[in-house]
Design a protein around this ligand. Structure first.
Ligand SMILES: [Zn+2]
Length: 240
């Protein structure tokens, strides 16, 4: 086997120093990054084809000030990456555009900025089923999980969604979340469950207090309050 070459420009991090015009520190993708990887399609990193096609910041419905603000925050994150401090947790009811913004972020970095970042989109209820080894509820398919934990940007979409968040599933999720957070990647998470306990079921109830606290450590919360704009504004005659 040939000796492992180290890139002199970036020391194999894939990012080289590129100070801003005002002299403040920043990084840019190193040439070795693009040489190593072929361009990706969003579908190849797990994004559902329907979302891959239509999710972009320009198409987002800025129907309220808070949603306009959420759009700006997520766009700025995507436009500044990797100069970002933490991941993002988008919270709000179904239909406000959480998935849309999360996928727009991936599109902006991978396709519009053309940076070959190792990224992964996961719909959490499906991921939880797929990492479960057949016979044992607690055995994890590490090969499947590695696709997620090796990524530099991981989208965990719809945390808490779907039924059957019994104790076993909660433990499995906590394990996945821990592994994601221990990795070197950034986490972009979405949930329709309120973070504060109220009359209705909160995220604590779904995924445990420990998992919510891990999310808070890894992510900045971006509130997306509102109603379901898919049904009420974008297509009022569509019933779900
Ligand atoms: Zn390099």
């Amino acid at each position: 086997m040939p000796a492992v070459e180290t890139c002199p420009d970036c020391g194999d991090t894939g990012w080289k120093p590129a100070p801003r015009p005002d002299g403040s520190p920043a990084v840019a993708p190193c040439g070795c990054r693009d040489a190593a990887r072929a361009p990706v399609r969003l579908e190849d990193i797990g994004v559902p084809p329907k979302e891959a096609e239509r999710a972009r910041f320009d198409y987002f419905f800025n129907v309220s000030k808070p949603l306009e603000r959420a759009n700006r925050i997520v766009f700025k994150w995507a436009d500044s990456y990797p100069d970002v401090k933490s991941g993002l947790l988008l919270t709000g009811p179904a239909g406000v555009g959480k998935t849309h913004l999360a996928v727009s972020l991936l599109r902006h970095i991978l396709l519009e900025r053309g940076i070959s970042v190792r990224a992964r989109y996961e719909y959490v209820p499906r991921l939880l089923r797929e990492v479960q080894r057949e016979n044992d509820l607690l055995l994890i398919d590490e090969r499947r999980l590695a696709e997620v934990t090796r990524a530099e940007i991981v989208v965990l979409d719809q945390i808490g969604a779907d039924t059957g968040w019994g104790q076993r599933v909660q433990e499995r999720f906590l394990y996945i979340l821990n592994r994601c957070i221990q990795g070197r990647g950034f986490l972009i998470a979405t949930t329709a469950f309120p973070l504060e306990a109220a009359q209705q079921s909160s995220l604590d109830d779904q995924i445990t207090v420990r998992a919510v606290s891990l999310l808070h450590e890894a992510c900045r919360v971006v509130p997306m309050p509102g109603e379901d704009y898919r049904t009420n504004i974008i297509n009022p005659r569509l019933s779900v």
